[in-house]
Write a protein that binds this ligand. Structure first.
Ligand SMILES: Nc1ncnc2c1ncn2[C@@H]1O[C@H](COP(=O)(O)OP(=O)(O)OP(=O)(O)O)[C@@H](O)[C@H]1O
Ligand SMILES: [Mg+2]
Length: 245
């Protein structure tokens, strides 16, 4: 993103000058105060809304040139946003609806995505028959089914209890390592950001800018023991410090 800005039609300046270069395969988290423009940045990257200033280049092509590569981008929202009348399998097949594939192939792909999140035994369930954590896993499977090269996750685990949140974090890292995709992740939780990321972008209050980026040189695969190490808490302290200037 080069000098990217967004002014909404009502005059709200959501973000002003976003400059960041993210490499393929990174897992980068965005942290920053409420209203600083994190969700707006993700919506611009996914093409849900347009930027009003600057340039966004994704996967080697300029967003302003073509809309093609947007199919390579998966989005996981804070709420699971599943269709309540569709089964788990049918929800996960949704992004494949308009792809040239046989029904059988679509089913196969959806099953594969559900296996990744450990829900292969719940294909026939309806969303309301699942727990919040399971619904979120369905939503992650739905984002993964089209094999995105870039996965955007906007506070996906915000509504979950700590135990579920931590196990989903570990599951997500396992999927990320396996699929070798790039993940952009929004969270308010600095511990979560450090546990997951290779790098953290710390944002200023509205209109947001990127105040600093902090590298997280902790080795992968990461396990729960890492959360209590000195190195871990040092990085948490650094990010927390950068958040309050
Ligand atoms: N559709 C819109 N029209 C006008 N202003 C908007 C719109 N969407 C967001 N904004 C404004 O843009 C700014 C950034 O909003 P955004 O949702 O990106 O923040 P955020 O960092 O994701 O916050 P949170 O952490 O609370 O989710 C806010 O000041 C908000 O009021
Ligand atoms: Mg937001």
């Amino acid at each position: 993103m080069t000098d990217v800005g967004k002014v909404f039609p009502n005059g709200n300046v959501a973000v002003n000058n976003i400059n960041i270069d993210i490499s393929a395969g990174e897992f980068i988290s965005f942290v920053g105060p409420s209203g600083c423009g994190k969700s707006t940045i993700f919506k611009m990257i996914s093409g849900l809304i347009d930027n009003t200033k600057g340039n966004i280049e994704i996967l080697g092509s300029d967003m302003n040139d073509t809309g093609q590569k947007r199919t390579d981008v998966g989005f996981v929202f804070q709420d699971a946003t599943l269709l309540p009348w569709r089964s788990v399998l049918d929800n996960v097949m949704l992004p494949l609806e308009f792809q040239k594939m046989s029904k059988q192939e679509k089913k196969q792909e959806a099953l594969r995505a559900l296996e990744l999140v450990g829900l292969e035994d719940y294909t026939k369930s309806l969303p309301r028959q699942l727990s919040g954590g399971m619904r979120m896993r369905v939503s992650i499977a739905r984002a993964l089914v089209a094999k995105p090269k870039l996965l955007l996750m906007d506070e996906p685990f915000g509504a979950l209890d700590e135990i579920t949140r931590q196990s989903l974090q570990t599951e997500l890292l396992r999927i990320w390592e396996k699929q070798k995709m790039t993940v952009l992740f929004i969270t308010h939780n600095v511990f979560e950001a450090v546990y997951l990321s290779t790098r953290i972008a710390v944002m200023t209050p509205s209109p947001g800018k990127i105040a600093s980026t902090v590298d997280v040189p902790l080795a992968f695969p990461r396990n729960d023991e890492i959360r209590t190490t000195h190195q871990f808490s040092d990085i948490v302290a650094q990010v927390s410090h950068d958040l309050k200037f």
